[in-house]
Design a protein around this ligand. Structure first.
Ligand SMILES: [Mg+2]
Length: 208
């Protein structure tokens, strides 16, 4: 699977679901892992997550209850990059490629730390998968908890709420019960509400 300009081996980034991954969890080690290549409780007809921009932090976990967090404007302070989008032509490359310079939003980081360890933390972002490496390094540098990172496949031009609705559908098909979402984009908040997912809105002042 290609991640464009930022490359990492699949073994390094844990892409895909067909890997038997053991090991302990450094932050929230109470959930069971998929260890035999199967996905307990999920619909076998679901699309393959490896085709959907999914990256596991330490390998697939059994699909149980999950909380979904947006990144930009929710856990990452993206307002400092807003200027890339304010000219007559939006500079998306500049915007995304400086994402690893953002400060962390400390309140959300604390919330992640305090969440029940049995919950799966899904980061669902509109960032393209070509900045996967930058995003992972930023998450690690800031010591943030997460289990599954979902990014846009490069070239995806769907409206953001449509992309996130599809991602939510894929999570449910996989077997996750998505209990709660955190968003700073009213379009995505509305989508979650339409889909029956409680959504806590965070006003960031940033909207990509
Ligand atoms: Mg956002």
């Amino acid at each position: 699977m290609s991640y464009g300009t930022e490359t990492a081996s699949s073994a390094d980034i844990g892409v895909g679901v067909d890997v038997g991954v053991g090991g302990s969890r450094s932050i929230s080690g109470e959930r069971s892992r998929v260890s035999d290549g199967s996905r307990a409780g999920c619909a076998l007809s679901a699309p393959g997550p490896s085709d959907l921009g999914w990256t596991w932090r330490e390998g697939p976990v059994s699909p149980e209850r999950a909380v979904v967090f947006d990144i930009d404007g929710v856990i990452s302070e993206a307002a400092g990059r807003q200027h890339f989008l304010e000219g007559p032509v939006r500079n998306w490359d500049g915007f995304f490629e400086s994402c690893d310079e953002d400060p962390v939003i400390e309140e959300t980081a604390k919330l992640l730390e305090l969440l029940d360890g049995r919950l799966t933390v899904v980061l669902l972002t509109g960032r393209p998968s070509r900045v996967l490496g930058r995003t992972r390094r930023w998450l690690e540098r800031n010591g943030l908890r997460w289990d599954l990172l979902i990014m846009r496949v490069d070239g995806d031009r769907d409206a953001v709420a449509s992309y996130k609705r599809s991602a939510l559908s894929a999570l449910r098909s996989y077997g996750f019960e998505v209990c709660l979402a955190f968003e700073d984009d009213p379009r995505n908040r509305e989508m979650f509400r339409q889909e029956g997912v409680h959504c806590i809105y965070i006003h960031s002042g940033y909207y990509g």
